[in-house]
Design a protein around this ligand. Structure first.
Ligand SMILES: Nc1ncnc2c1ncn2[C@@H]1O[C@H](COP(=O)(O)OP(=O)(O)OP(=O)(O)O)[C@@H](O)[C@H]1O
Length: 270
Protein backbone atom coordinates (compact mmCIF):
# COMPACT_ATOMS: atom_id res chain seq x y z
CA UNK A 1 0.00 0.00 0.00
CA UNK A 2 2.80 2.36 1.03
CA UNK A 3 4.53 1.53 -2.23
CA UNK A 4 1.47 2.68 -4.19
CA UNK A 5 1.16 5.90 -2.18
CA UNK A 6 4.84 6.65 -2.69
CA UNK A 7 4.82 5.65 -6.34
CA UNK A 8 6.62 8.17 -8.54
CA UNK A 9 4.50 9.83 -11.24
CA UNK A 10 4.55 7.87 -14.47
CA UNK A 11 6.67 9.85 -16.92
CA UNK A 12 5.84 9.16 -20.54
CA UNK A 13 8.54 11.48 -21.87
CA UNK A 14 11.65 12.79 -20.15
CA UNK A 15 13.92 15.43 -21.61
CA UNK A 16 17.22 15.88 -19.82
CA UNK A 17 19.51 18.84 -20.43
CA UNK A 18 18.56 19.10 -24.07
CA UNK A 19 20.67 21.35 -26.27
CA UNK A 20 20.18 21.57 -29.98
CA UNK A 21 22.42 23.37 -32.43
CA UNK A 22 21.68 23.63 -36.15
CA UNK A 23 24.58 23.90 -38.55
CA UNK A 24 22.87 26.10 -41.10
CA UNK A 25 24.28 27.81 -44.17
CA UNK A 26 24.64 30.96 -42.09
CA UNK A 27 26.62 29.20 -39.37
CA UNK A 28 25.69 27.58 -36.11
CA UNK A 29 22.32 28.33 -34.51
CA UNK A 30 21.60 27.32 -30.92
CA UNK A 31 17.87 26.59 -31.03
CA UNK A 32 17.47 24.98 -27.60
CA UNK A 33 19.51 25.36 -24.44
CA UNK A 34 19.30 23.23 -21.35
CA UNK A 35 15.69 22.12 -21.68
CA UNK A 36 14.47 19.79 -18.95
CA UNK A 37 10.94 18.45 -19.00
CA UNK A 38 9.06 15.48 -17.59
CA UNK A 39 5.69 14.74 -19.13
CA UNK A 40 3.34 12.59 -17.10
CA UNK A 41 0.78 10.18 -18.48
CA UNK A 42 -2.48 11.94 -19.32
CA UNK A 43 -1.09 15.47 -19.22
CA UNK A 44 -2.21 17.98 -21.85
CA UNK A 45 0.75 20.28 -22.34
CA UNK A 46 0.49 23.45 -24.40
CA UNK A 47 3.64 25.28 -25.44
CA UNK A 48 3.76 29.01 -26.05
CA UNK A 49 6.65 31.29 -26.92
CA UNK A 50 7.85 33.89 -29.39
CA UNK A 51 8.32 32.96 -33.02
CA UNK A 52 11.59 31.11 -33.65
CA UNK A 53 12.11 30.16 -29.98
CA UNK A 54 12.47 26.47 -30.74
CA UNK A 55 8.97 25.06 -30.15
CA UNK A 56 8.95 22.97 -33.33
CA UNK A 57 12.54 21.90 -32.71
CA UNK A 58 11.49 20.57 -29.30
CA UNK A 59 8.53 18.72 -30.81
CA UNK A 60 10.75 17.27 -33.55
CA UNK A 61 13.14 15.91 -30.92
CA UNK A 62 10.25 14.21 -29.11
CA UNK A 63 8.93 12.87 -32.41
CA UNK A 64 12.38 11.39 -33.12
CA UNK A 65 12.89 13.48 -36.27
CA UNK A 66 15.86 15.34 -34.72
CA UNK A 67 18.60 14.17 -32.37
CA UNK A 68 19.62 16.58 -29.60
CA UNK A 69 23.21 17.84 -29.83
CA UNK A 70 23.49 17.24 -26.08
CA UNK A 71 21.20 15.61 -23.55
CA UNK A 72 18.73 12.76 -23.70
CA UNK A 73 15.12 12.44 -24.85
CA UNK A 74 13.36 9.30 -23.63
CA UNK A 75 9.91 7.80 -23.96
CA UNK A 76 8.85 5.27 -21.33
CA UNK A 77 12.49 5.09 -20.23
CA UNK A 78 13.83 4.26 -23.71
CA UNK A 79 15.99 6.63 -25.74
CA UNK A 80 14.03 8.21 -28.62
CA UNK A 81 16.07 7.29 -31.67
CA UNK A 82 13.70 7.80 -34.59
CA UNK A 83 10.07 8.16 -35.63
CA UNK A 84 7.65 5.60 -34.19
CA UNK A 85 3.95 4.72 -34.24
CA UNK A 86 4.13 5.27 -30.48
CA UNK A 87 4.32 9.02 -31.12
CA UNK A 88 1.61 10.51 -33.28
CA UNK A 89 2.50 13.78 -35.01
CA UNK A 90 -0.12 16.21 -36.33
CA UNK A 91 1.00 19.26 -38.31
CA UNK A 92 -0.85 22.40 -39.39
CA UNK A 93 -1.29 20.99 -42.90
CA UNK A 94 -3.34 17.77 -42.94
CA UNK A 95 -1.28 14.77 -44.03
CA UNK A 96 -3.45 12.49 -46.15
CA UNK A 97 -2.76 10.46 -49.29
CA UNK A 98 -4.87 12.19 -51.98
CA UNK A 99 -5.37 8.97 -53.97
CA UNK A 100 -6.84 7.05 -51.02
CA UNK A 101 -10.33 7.59 -49.63
CA UNK A 102 -10.68 8.68 -45.99
CA UNK A 103 -11.32 5.13 -44.74
CA UNK A 104 -8.17 3.82 -46.44
CA UNK A 105 -6.14 6.78 -45.25
CA UNK A 106 -7.10 5.94 -41.67
CA UNK A 107 -6.57 2.19 -42.21
CA UNK A 108 -3.14 2.86 -43.74
CA UNK A 109 -1.12 2.55 -40.49
CA UNK A 110 -2.74 -0.69 -39.26
CA UNK A 111 -2.38 -2.15 -42.79
CA UNK A 112 1.33 -1.32 -42.94
CA UNK A 113 1.73 -2.84 -39.48
CA UNK A 114 -0.08 -5.99 -40.78
CA UNK A 115 -2.75 -5.97 -38.08
CA UNK A 116 -5.44 -8.60 -38.67
CA UNK A 117 -8.11 -7.38 -41.18
CA UNK A 118 -10.93 -7.51 -38.63
CA UNK A 119 -8.99 -5.49 -36.05
CA UNK A 120 -7.96 -2.93 -38.70
CA UNK A 121 -11.59 -2.50 -39.73
CA UNK A 122 -12.79 -2.14 -36.14
CA UNK A 123 -10.10 0.41 -35.29
CA UNK A 124 -10.69 2.38 -38.49
CA UNK A 125 -14.45 2.58 -37.81
CA UNK A 126 -13.87 3.51 -34.17
CA UNK A 127 -11.53 6.40 -34.95
CA UNK A 128 -13.53 7.65 -37.95
CA UNK A 129 -16.54 7.85 -35.63
CA UNK A 130 -14.49 9.49 -32.87
CA UNK A 131 -13.54 12.37 -35.20
CA UNK A 132 -17.14 12.50 -36.46
CA UNK A 133 -16.34 11.33 -39.97
CA UNK A 134 -18.20 8.02 -39.77
CA UNK A 135 -20.22 8.85 -42.89
CA UNK A 136 -17.30 10.11 -44.96
CA UNK A 137 -15.13 6.99 -45.25
CA UNK A 138 -15.69 6.71 -49.01
CA UNK A 139 -14.86 10.38 -49.70
CA UNK A 140 -11.53 11.44 -51.15
CA UNK A 141 -9.57 14.12 -49.21
CA UNK A 142 -10.33 16.78 -51.87
CA UNK A 143 -14.06 16.31 -51.20
CA UNK A 144 -13.69 17.42 -47.55
CA UNK A 145 -13.36 20.85 -45.92
CA UNK A 146 -10.09 21.92 -44.24
CA UNK A 147 -11.44 21.10 -40.78
CA UNK A 148 -12.69 17.67 -41.92
CA UNK A 149 -9.30 16.92 -43.50
CA UNK A 150 -7.59 17.84 -40.23
CA UNK A 151 -9.99 15.51 -38.36
CA UNK A 152 -9.16 12.73 -40.81
CA UNK A 153 -5.42 13.34 -40.22
CA UNK A 154 -6.08 13.04 -36.52
CA UNK A 155 -7.92 9.72 -36.96
CA UNK A 156 -5.06 8.54 -39.15
CA UNK A 157 -2.60 8.81 -36.25
CA UNK A 158 -5.01 7.96 -33.38
CA UNK A 159 -5.80 4.62 -35.02
CA UNK A 160 -2.27 3.51 -34.10
CA UNK A 161 -3.18 4.06 -30.44
CA UNK A 162 -0.05 6.08 -29.72
CA UNK A 163 1.34 6.72 -26.25
CA UNK A 164 1.80 10.40 -27.03
CA UNK A 165 0.22 12.90 -29.43
CA UNK A 166 2.45 15.72 -30.66
CA UNK A 167 0.70 18.60 -32.40
CA UNK A 168 2.43 21.54 -34.10
CA UNK A 169 -0.12 24.35 -34.43
CA UNK A 170 -2.75 21.87 -35.61
CA UNK A 171 -5.52 24.47 -35.95
CA UNK A 172 -3.42 27.35 -37.24
CA UNK A 173 -4.82 27.19 -40.77
CA UNK A 174 -8.49 26.94 -39.75
CA UNK A 175 -11.11 29.67 -39.48
CA UNK A 176 -12.15 30.80 -35.98
CA UNK A 177 -15.34 28.73 -35.75
CA UNK A 178 -13.78 25.53 -37.11
CA UNK A 179 -10.87 26.11 -34.78
CA UNK A 180 -13.18 26.26 -31.77
CA UNK A 181 -14.97 23.10 -32.87
CA UNK A 182 -11.60 21.37 -33.24
CA UNK A 183 -10.62 22.44 -29.73
CA UNK A 184 -13.84 20.92 -28.38
CA UNK A 185 -13.16 17.72 -30.31
CA UNK A 186 -9.55 17.46 -29.12
CA UNK A 187 -10.69 17.98 -25.54
CA UNK A 188 -13.30 15.23 -25.95
CA UNK A 189 -10.77 12.83 -27.48
CA UNK A 190 -8.23 13.59 -24.78
CA UNK A 191 -10.72 12.96 -21.97
CA UNK A 192 -12.02 9.77 -23.63
CA UNK A 193 -8.65 8.26 -24.56
CA UNK A 194 -6.68 9.58 -21.53
CA UNK A 195 -3.87 10.21 -23.98
CA UNK A 196 -0.84 12.39 -23.33
CA UNK A 197 -0.77 15.49 -25.53
CA UNK A 198 1.94 18.05 -26.36
CA UNK A 199 0.52 20.89 -28.44
CA UNK A 200 2.26 23.99 -29.84
CA UNK A 201 0.14 27.07 -30.30
CA UNK A 202 0.51 30.83 -30.73
CA UNK A 203 -2.88 31.42 -29.14
CA UNK A 204 -2.89 31.97 -25.36
CA UNK A 205 -6.65 31.37 -25.14
CA UNK A 206 -6.29 28.09 -26.99
CA UNK A 207 -3.61 27.01 -24.50
CA UNK A 208 -5.79 28.05 -21.55
CA UNK A 209 -8.83 26.29 -23.01
CA UNK A 210 -7.05 22.96 -23.47
CA UNK A 211 -4.02 22.54 -21.23
CA UNK A 212 -3.46 20.97 -17.86
CA UNK A 213 0.03 22.53 -17.98
CA UNK A 214 1.25 25.48 -20.02
CA UNK A 215 4.94 25.88 -20.83
CA UNK A 216 6.28 29.27 -21.87
CA UNK A 217 9.58 29.39 -23.73
CA UNK A 218 12.16 32.15 -24.01
CA UNK A 219 13.30 33.71 -27.26
CA UNK A 220 16.21 31.91 -28.94
CA UNK A 221 18.01 29.99 -27.59
CA UNK A 222 14.83 28.39 -26.37
CA UNK A 223 14.58 27.59 -22.67
CA UNK A 224 11.55 26.94 -20.49
CA UNK A 225 11.00 30.19 -18.58
CA UNK A 226 7.74 29.45 -16.79
CA UNK A 227 5.19 26.70 -16.29
CA UNK A 228 1.56 27.04 -15.24
CA UNK A 229 -0.66 24.24 -13.94
CA UNK A 230 -4.15 25.01 -15.23
CA UNK A 231 -7.56 23.35 -15.13
CA UNK A 232 -9.86 25.64 -17.14
CA UNK A 233 -10.33 22.87 -19.70
CA UNK A 234 -12.55 20.98 -17.19
CA UNK A 235 -14.68 24.10 -16.57
CA UNK A 236 -14.98 24.88 -20.27
CA UNK A 237 -16.03 21.27 -20.86
CA UNK A 238 -18.63 21.45 -18.11
CA UNK A 239 -21.35 23.81 -17.03
CA UNK A 240 -19.06 26.85 -16.85
CA UNK A 241 -18.42 26.75 -20.59
CA UNK A 242 -18.58 30.51 -21.15
CA UNK A 243 -17.91 31.94 -17.71
CA UNK A 244 -14.58 30.08 -17.24
CA UNK A 245 -12.91 32.56 -19.59
CA UNK A 246 -14.06 35.53 -17.56
CA UNK A 247 -12.91 34.45 -14.11
CA UNK A 248 -10.30 36.51 -12.30
CA UNK A 249 -7.91 33.54 -12.20
CA UNK A 250 -8.17 33.02 -15.98
CA UNK A 251 -7.55 36.72 -16.70
CA UNK A 252 -4.58 36.85 -14.32
CA UNK A 253 -2.81 33.82 -15.81
CA UNK A 254 -3.59 35.06 -19.34
CA UNK A 255 -2.03 38.42 -18.60
CA UNK A 256 1.01 36.90 -16.93
CA UNK A 257 1.65 34.66 -19.94
CA UNK A 258 1.21 37.54 -22.40
CA UNK A 259 3.61 39.68 -20.38
CA UNK A 260 6.29 36.97 -20.46
CA UNK A 261 5.88 36.50 -24.22
CA UNK A 262 6.01 40.25 -24.81
CA UNK A 263 9.18 40.54 -22.69
CA UNK A 264 10.73 37.76 -24.76
CA UNK A 265 9.72 39.53 -27.98
CA UNK A 266 11.38 42.69 -26.65
CA UNK A 267 14.59 40.72 -26.01
CA UNK A 268 14.42 39.52 -29.61
CA UNK A 269 14.40 43.13 -30.87
CA UNK A 270 17.40 44.22 -28.74
N1 LIG B 1 17.23 23.44 -40.35
C1 LIG B 1 17.60 24.56 -39.74
N2 LIG B 1 18.81 25.12 -39.94
C2 LIG B 1 19.19 26.23 -39.30
N3 LIG B 1 18.41 26.89 -38.39
C3 LIG B 1 17.19 26.38 -38.16
C4 LIG B 1 16.71 25.20 -38.81
N4 LIG B 1 15.45 24.95 -38.37
C5 LIG B 1 15.16 25.92 -37.48
N5 LIG B 1 16.19 26.77 -37.36
C6 LIG B 1 16.25 27.94 -36.46
O1 LIG B 1 16.10 27.47 -35.14
C7 LIG B 1 15.27 28.37 -34.39
C8 LIG B 1 14.10 27.61 -33.81
O2 LIG B 1 13.22 27.21 -34.87
P1 LIG B 1 11.81 26.55 -34.60
O3 LIG B 1 11.18 26.30 -35.93
O4 LIG B 1 11.98 25.39 -33.69
O5 LIG B 1 11.05 27.71 -33.82
P2 LIG B 1 9.48 27.87 -33.47
O6 LIG B 1 9.42 28.37 -32.07
O7 LIG B 1 8.76 26.61 -33.77
O8 LIG B 1 9.06 29.01 -34.50
P3 LIG B 1 7.60 29.45 -35.02
O9 LIG B 1 6.78 29.78 -33.81
O10 LIG B 1 7.88 30.67 -35.85
O11 LIG B 1 7.05 28.31 -35.80
C9 LIG B 1 14.86 29.47 -35.35
O12 LIG B 1 15.68 30.58 -35.13
C10 LIG B 1 15.10 28.90 -36.73
O13 LIG B 1 15.50 29.90 -37.64
Amino acid sequence: MEEILNAAPQHVVTLENINLKYNGERGEVTALQNVNLNIEKGEFICVLGPSGCGKSTLLNIMAGFLKPTEGEAKMNGKLIEGASWERAVVFQTPTLYPWLNIHDNVAFGPNVRHLPKKETEELTRKYLNLVELGDFGDHKPYELSGGMRQRASLARVLVNQPGMILMDEPFGALDALTRQNMQTLIRKIWSQTQNTVFLITHDVDEALALATRIIVMSSRPGRIVKEFETDFTYDIDGVNKESARYTRKYMQIREEILNIINEQNETLKL
